[in-house]
Ligand binder design. Structure first.
Ligand SMILES: Nc1nc2c(ncn2[C@@H]2O[C@H](COP(=O)(O)OP(=O)(O)O[C@H]3O[C@H](CO)[C@@H](O)[C@H](O)[C@@H]3O)[C@@H](O)[C@H]2O)c(=O)[nH]1
Length: 329
C-alpha cells in the first residue's frame, strides 16, 4: 500500500505523539493530520508543531469527524484517542463508554458514510486493549487472541465494545479495520496517573525536595509484560502495512515482572537512597487485573516485529522525563 497521508486521533496524547515522531523520522514523505479537540493541551507535540497538520475533531461530535475525514481523506487512520485510565472508568463509566464506544462508532459511521458516497476506503487501526481479557487463569497464559473476553472494569467493557464494533464494521460494510490488543506500554510522556509514570514522577519529586521520601502505591502484585511506547508505535506502523483487515492481533513485550518489581527498579535508579513505600488504599481498585502476559505469535509471524528497547531503558527515560519536568517547572 502506498501511504501518502495518515490521520491520528489522539495525536496530543502519549501514544499518538510518539507515533507522529516515528512517522516523521522514518517516513518523512507521509503527511500527518492530527485530530485535536479545541483547547487540548499540546505539550506532547510542542516539538513537532509545524510538521503536522492539526484539525479540529471530537469523537463525540460526528459532524466534526465527517468534515475532517472528507477534507483530508487519509489513506490510514490510527484511532488512538480514548479515555484510557482504568481506575477513572470506575468513577465515570458513562463518559468512558461515550468516548470509547460511541466515539468509535461515530468515527466508523463517518467513514462508512463517505465510503457510501464516493468509495473512500482507508485502512483503520482500532486500538483495543489487553484489558478486554480481564482476569485470566494461570493455565490461560500466555494469552492468545482466542482467550475469552471477561472485562473487569468499565474501561475494559468499553474496549470490548470498540473491538467488536470494529469487527462488525468489517463484517457488514467491509470497512478495513485492523484491531490491536496492546499489552502494557510505557515510557516518557506517559500520563502521570499510570503506575510506572506515577512512581517515576514521585521519585523525581522526592529527589528535588518537592515530596517527602515516601512513594504512595496501590496493588504491587499485578503481573505485567512491559513494552516501550517507541516499540509499540513501530508495531502500529507495521500493522497497517503488513496485517489483514478484519483481524485482531495481540502486541506486547517480552519482559514480565510485578508492579512491585518495576517499582524496585525505579527506586534503585534514584539518587535518593532512603525512599519508603506506603500503600494508599485510594489507589486499590474495586476489581483489578493481576495477570497479563501476551502470546504475540500471530503479530510477530505477520510482521517480524520484535521489541528493541529494554524495560531498564524505558524506566530510565521515564524518570529522566519527570526530572526534566521539575527542572523546567
Ligand atoms: N495507576 C496506578 N496503578 C497502580 C498503582 N499501584 C499499583 N498499581 C497497579 O498497577 C497495575 C497497572 O495499572 P496502570 O498503570 O494504571 O495500567 P493498566 O490498568 O494496566 O492499564 C494500562 O494498560 C492497558 C493495556 O495496555 C491499557 O489499555 C490502559 O489504557 C492503560 O494504559 C494495576 O494492576 C494497578 O492496580 C498506582 O499507584 N497507580
Amino acid at each position: 500500500m502506498n501511504i501518502r497521508r495518515v490521520l491520528i486521533t489522539g495525536i496530543t496524547g502519549f501514544v499518538g505523539s510518539h507515533l507522529a515522531d516515528y512517522i516523521l523520522e522514518h517516513h518523512p514523505d507521509v503527511e500527518i493530520v492530527g485530530l485535536v479537540r479545541w483547547r487540548a493541551p499540546k505539550d506532547n507535540i510542542q516539538h513537532i508543531l509545524g510538521k503536522v497538520k492539526l484539525v479540529y475533531g471530537d469523537l463525540t461530535d460526528m459532524p466534526s469527524l465527517l468534515k475532517a475525514l472528507s477534507q483530508h481523506k487519509p489513506d490510514v487512520i490510527f484511532h488512538l484517542a480514548a479515555q484510557s485510565y482504568v481506575d477513572f472508568s470506575f468513577v465515570s463509566p458513562v463518559s468512558t463508554l461515550e468516548t470509547n464506544v460511541i466515539g468509535t462508532c461515530n468515527l466508523l459511521e463517518s467513514i462508512k458514510q463517505i465510503k457510501d458516497l464516493d468509495g473512500y476506503d482507508p485502512v483503520v487501526h482500532i486500538c483495543s486493549s489487553s484489558e478486554v481479557y480481564g482476569q485470566v487463569r494461570q493455565d490461560e497464559v500466555p494469552i492468545t487472541e482466542a482467550c475469552p473476553l471477561r472485562p473487569a472494569s468499565p474501561y475494559a467493557v468499553s474496549k470490548v465494545g470498540e473491538d467488536m464494533l470494529a469487527h462488525q464494521y468489517w463484517l457488514s460494510w467491509k470497512i478495513k479495520t485492523i484491531r490491536t490488543r496492546m499489552f502494557t506500554h510505557e515510557g516518557p510522556r506517559r500520563g502521570e496517573v499510570f503506575a510506572s509514570s506515577n512512581f517515576a514522577k514521585q521519585i523525581a519529586a522526592i529527589e528535588c525536595g518537592k515530596q517527602a521520601p515516601t512513594i504512595y502505591v496501590g496493588n504491587l502484585n499485578s503481573i505485567r509484560t512491559f513494552t516501550d511506547v517507541r516499540d509499540a508505535v513501530r508495531a502500529y506502523w507495521l500493522l497497517v502495512t503488513c496485517c489483514q483487515p478484519g483481524e485482531v492481533y495481540n502486541i506486547g513485550g517480552v519482559e514480565t515482572m510485578t508492579i512491585g518489581e518495576m517499582l524496585q527498579c525505579l527506586i534503585e535508579k534514584s539518587t535518593h537512597k532512603n525512599i519508603a513505600v506506603e500503600v494508599d488504599p485510594a489507589r486499590l481498585r474495586p476489581s483489578d487485573v493481576t495477570l497479563q502476559i501476551p502470546c504475540t505469535d500471530k503479530f510477530v509471524l505477520a510482521t517480524g516485529w520484535q521489541p528493541q528497547i529494554k524495560v531498564d531503558r524505558m524506566l530510565e527515560d521515564t524518570l529522566h522525563y519527570w526530572r526534566e519536568y521539575y527542572r523546567n517547572a
